[in-house]
Ligand binder design. Structure first.
Ligand code: ZN
Length: 120
């Protein structure tokens, strides 16, 4: 095999280059110290995506938003369920509201264009 640093031929299976002195196992030597493996983020056992809170957020977007803000640091997954439910709820309300306005305009226009029979 050849050294990837200086390109000179070295013995197969060598762990370092005798020509330039570079190690072929740098990644193994510089891996994370053992104590860092145990400082991993431990999720809260109460934290889980919740369909119930998503439904709550859907029907009461303001409550969903408040719960999202309260839980977003402590229980991020549950907070996400609330926030998502609230977001979907708000979108549905806006769409229903727009459709209602369009329907209202249509009814008003239809009523205005009717021939005025009753006035006569
Ligand atoms: Zn070398």
């Amino acid at each position: 095999m050849f050294c990837k640093y200086c390109g000179k031929q070295v013995q197969d299976g060598s762990t370092f280059c005798p020509h330039c002195g570079k190690s072929f196992q740098e990644k193994v030597e510089y891996s994370a110290p053992p104590q860092q493996r145990y400082s991993r983020y431990e999720p809260d056992p109460r934290d889980a995506p919740s369909g119930g809170f998503a439904v709550l957020g859907f029907f009461f977007p303001l409550i969903g938003l408040i719960l999202y803000l309260v839980w977003k640091d402590e229980l991020p997954q549950r907070a996400h369920s609330c926030g998502k439910g609230a977001l979907v709820g708000v979108v549905v309300y806006v769409v229903v509201w727009i459709l209602a306005m369009i329907a209202m305009c249509g009814i008003v226009n239809a009523a205005m264009s009717l021939p005025v029979v009753a006035a006569a």
